[in-house]
Design a protein around this ligand. Structure first.
Ligand SMILES: Cc1cc2nc3c(=O)[nH]c(=O)nc-3n(C[C@H](O)[C@H](O)[C@H](O)COP(=O)(O)OP(=O)(O)OC[C@H]3O[C@@H](n4cnc5c(N)ncnc54)[C@H](O)[C@@H]3O)c2cc1C
Length: 495
């Protein structure tokens, strides 16, 4: 397919989405201005690189996980190799690839059907799909076993199995336990506790639908004059889409304002850390947004428990204190904790998150669970024919679709070089992006990457605009363009 055709396909998809939402493409592109142009150029550049990389390298590649990162990797490998032999092991008949839309479903902007796709419709042609779950890894013998009893051999393995929502890690939600993205059995179990009495979570698709119902109830109560409380706790572990809880806080604020009921609601945000964002300019911007919206921000609060019957969220507040050790005659630092209970009418839960146990407990996992890879090359630290990307890879800041979009290009280039017996030259730089919804109609496009000169992260804006500003044009990107760019650009290995 020529670059022009690819571009037209993407524009058609964007066009269809915008028409559906009652906005003309001419108007939207005029409003989106430089952003749409830059995005389009990004996709053209990516696809232009494909023919130049054509390789006749041979070898059987098995990809575990057919979500966003796995399918994008398979598609790009297919575009790159002249003799591709690619197998994807993925149990889910439904594609989990547009989870960012769950925030919009939860706030009544999209319907669940807007983000529901069949996995088969996005499997690249010629790729062998085994609809099963990988349960055992034997990297010494280059084999993977599936739940259905198959043993699958490989020359090269790519692990792209995403992560598991560890609701059971919060006291009071043990019955919910582990939840995989879009697994219907898991969702049904979760819905016995979540999605009612004000307790909800957008982290699984059906949960996003229930969150909208709970949000509407909160708004209706506030509108009727009732004083209501909404709490927004972040988990203490790494989690996908680090901005999700801020987005939910802002969306609830926006819906309450729209109903002229904001004065009747107390909104409280809780984080285990001491900052709202790792990059100072984004921390400062979000801090100002929270103050402007009259949201109480509570730092150093670990979300440990929830009591759904009494509607109480429980935190372990922690701080350091200097104490005098009389025996050693030195000043010591100890951690103090205090139990804090927060009553709620609406509590949006983001659970702790962990690697799937079949990976964490296998030789390709690590003590912390995530797959240990060189953060630049994405090659496994112990097994050179194993690579990993996406949420399951032990890569700092890596758990977003935006980071997977950069990672799969690096991984494919390095995997192909390894297959050809050449040195790996592609390097991931830690880029990731959080389109932080600040209201219905505005987004702060927080793009950032690892600090090349030391620890931490730095802003990495793609557009010649102040990245810490909330903008309507970025909302247009989020609401109209990122989905087609993901579903038709990234999942075909071209964006
Ligand atoms: C509410 C929400 C909002 C988000 N917002 C954004 C956003 O605004 N921007 C952004 O960039 N990102 C966002 N993300 C994050 C983004 O969706 C993920 O980072 C991205 O999907 C990661 O891709 P992945 O392929 O690693 O994992 P997934 O897309 O989750 O795919 C993993 C796949 O592996 C499969 N799998 C698991 N275990 C096995 C096994 N043992 N064998 C075989 N297959 C297995 C699963 O079935 C699944 O299909 C959001 C996520 C959520 C939940």
């Amino acid at each position: 397919m020529t670059n022009e055709k690819e571009l037209n396909n993407i524009i058609e998809a964007i066009d269809a989405q915008m028409r559906k939402d009652g906005i003309s493409r001419r108007d939207a592109l005029k409003m989106a201005g430089v952003s749409s142009a830059a995005l389009m150029m990004g996709s053209t550049t990516a696809s232009a690189a494909t023919p130049a990389m054509a390789s006749s390298a041979k070898g059987k590649i098995v990809i575990v996980g057919g979500g966003l990162a796995g399918v994008a990797t398979a598609a790009k490998l297919k575009n790159t190799l002249s003799n591709p032999d690619i197998t994807i092991i993925e149990p889910n008949p439904m594609s989990v690839s547009y989870q960012p839309g769950q925030t919009l479903v939860a706030s009544g902007i999209w319907k669940q059907s807007d983000i529901t796709y069949n996995t088969k419709d996005f499997m690249p042609s010629g790729v062998n799909w085994i609809q099963d779950k990988a349960i055992e890894f034997d990297p010494e013998n280059n084999q993977v076993k599936t739940a259905g009893g198959q043993t699958i051999s490989y020359d090269f393995l790519v692990v792209a199995a995403g992560l598991v929502l560890d609701f059971g890690g919060i006291k009071g939600l043990e019955e919910v336990g582990d939840v995989y993205s879009l697994d219907k059995t898991d969702a049904a179990r979760a819905q016995k506790i979540l999605g009612k009495d004000g307790l909800c979570s957008i982290y699984f698709s059906d949960g996003a639908v229930d969150t909208w119902t709970q949000m509407q109830k909160l708004v209706a109560d506030a509108k009727s004059g009732k004083k209501v409380k909404a709490v927004f706790p972040e988990p203490h572990t790494a989690f996908k889409c680090g901005g999700a809880q801020k987005k939910m806080t802002n969306l609830v604020d926006a819906r309450l304002n729209e109903a002229k009921a904001r004065a009747n609601a107390d909104l409280s945000f809780y984080t285990n850390g001491g900052k709202l964002f790792g990059v100072p300019i984004y921390h400062d911007a979000i801090d100002a947004q929270m103050k402007a919206r009259n949201v109480a921000v509570n730092y150093s609060h670990k979300f440990v428990e929830v009591d759904p019957s009494n509607k109480i969220a429980i935190f372990e507040k922690h701080w350091k204190e200097k104490v005098w050790d009389a025996e050693l005659e030195i000043e010591d630092e100890v951690t103090r904790t205090q139990r804090i209970e927060a009553e709620y009418d609406f509590c949006h839960v983001i659970p702790p998150q962990k690697a799937p146990k079949e990976i964490a407990n296998s030789p390709i996992g690590s003590g912390a669970g995530w797959v240990p890879v060189d953060k630049y090359t994405l090659q496994h630290l112990k097994y050179p024919n194993v690579f990993s990307l996406g949420d399951v890879a032990a890569v700092p800041l890596g758990k977003t679709g935006g980071s997977a979009r950069k990672q799969y290009n690096v991984l494919v280039e390095n995997l192909v070089a390894t297959m050809e017996g050449k040195a790996m030259t592609a390097k991931y730089d830690g880029y990731t992006v959080c389109p932080l919804i600040t209201s219905i109609g505005t987004v702060m496009m927080a793009e950032f990457k690892w600090n090349p000169d030391g620890p931490g992260a730095v802003a990495a804006p793609s557009f010649p605009l102040d990245p810490a500003q909330e903008r309507w044009v970025m909302w247009l990107l989020k609401a109209y363009m990122l989905k087609p760019m993901t579903m038709y650009g990234m999942l075909s290995g071209r964006a």
